[in-house]
Design a protein around this ligand. Structure first.
Ligand code: R2B
Ligand code: URA
Length: 313
């Protein structure tokens, strides 16, 4: 693709932006952690139809989601009957599954883990010339003042100091990139909540922490230099600033989607209300049932958007 065509496609919000002049010079690109390459695999043929990329923490959750979305859309998933095949087969860093226009990818825990697979998937959909792609993070979180099982659709994302940017160190210098949430997209997804759902869905601010324990104010880690009152005061403070839930990837996810010119949304279920404690103690049956809540909302959105695309032809 020449530069002018690529610029035009990007302007029309069709293709994914890989903003790296060094890559354009190189013809070979090994997407090491997902075990694909732009020269040895026919990426356009295998992935060119992808429109929706759903990320979530664990391989098993994304495999179950693949089965669910394949039956919702009435499309076959890639793999054997009963179990989608992990496309990243010979690496076990991440798992990736495909069902028609949907790619489901596991990202592990935290921004460093998410950032590696997200960058390689951005390159994948770029090389595959996918058009009008949307990315979703379907995850888990701790809630603030909401019933466990509630789905939070992120309309603003902040770091642990309540700042709306993602900070990292590049070449020894601190770089802060704005976390720009596509609010319209968040609202569109939120509209797929139904009053008959057995769980609530809310739009709200998500706080993204660097850690599960001290970074989220917990006092039950191996180390803790604050007390119960400090924790409650901090939780009350962030809640008063609109924070509905706390997790560990949204800031990196939203920032990178924005840099890639991809629509991105974060949709997480809350596993507990942090005002009532720190430990996730629910039984595994209930935990796995509520992890489906964000999948249900996102599947409704995808089904609707996919049918509109099919109609358009
Ligand atoms: C939610 O759950 C994980 C920690 O248990 C982390 O990936 C997150 O954001
Ligand atoms: N994931 C988090 O990061 N925090 C929680 O409290 C629960 C899940």
């Amino acid at each position: 693709m020449d530069c002018t065509t690529e610029d035009n496609d990007i302007k029309q919000n069709k293709t994914v932006r890989v903003k790296n002049p060094h890559l354009l010079k190189n013809s070979v690109d090994h997407l090491y952690h997902i075990c694909l390459s732009n020269i040895s695999d026919d990426l356009e043929k295998r992935f060119g139809d992808v429109k929706f990329v759903c990320f979530g923490g664990t391989p098993s959750r994304m495999s179950k989601f693949t089965q669910f979305i394949s039956s919702e859309l009435g499309v076959k998933y890639y793999g054997d009957v009963g179990s989608p095949t992990n496309i990243t087969g010979s690496t076990d860093r991440y798992a990736m599954y495909k069902a028609g226009p949907v790619l489901a990818v596991s990202h592990g825990i935290g921004i460093p883990s998410l950032s590696i697979v997200l960058q390689e998937v951005v390159k994948l959909v770029h090389y595959a010339k996918c058009q009008d792609v949307a990315f979703f993070r379907i995850g888990t979180s701790g809630g603030l003042g909401v019933e466990p099982g509630t789905v939070v659709v992120t309309e603003k994302v902040v770091n642990g100091a309540l700042e709306p940017f993602h900070q990292s160190i590049v070449l020894g210098k601190s770089v802060a990139r704005p976390a720009v949430v596509d609010k319209e997209f968040a609202k569109e997804i939120y509209q797929f909540a139904d009053s008959s759902d057995k769980f609530k869905t809310v739009l709200g601010t998500t706080l993204c922490a660097d850690d599960f324990y001290e970074g989220q104010g917990r006092i039950d880690g191996a180390f803790c230099d604050h007390d119960h009152d400090d924790k409650l005061n901090w939780l009350k403070h962030v809640h008063s600033q609109g924070v509905c839930n706390i997790e560990m990837e949204s800031l990196g996810f939203i920032t990178m989607c924005h840099r890639a010119n991809v629509k991105g949304a974060v949709i997480c279920v809350t596993l507990l209300d942090r005002f009532n404690g720190d430990m996730v103690t629910m039984d595994h049956g209930f935990l796995s049932a509520i992890q489906k809540h964000p999948q249900i909302i996102v599947a409704r959105y995808i089904k609707h958007a996919y049918h509109l695309l099919l109609k358009k032809g």
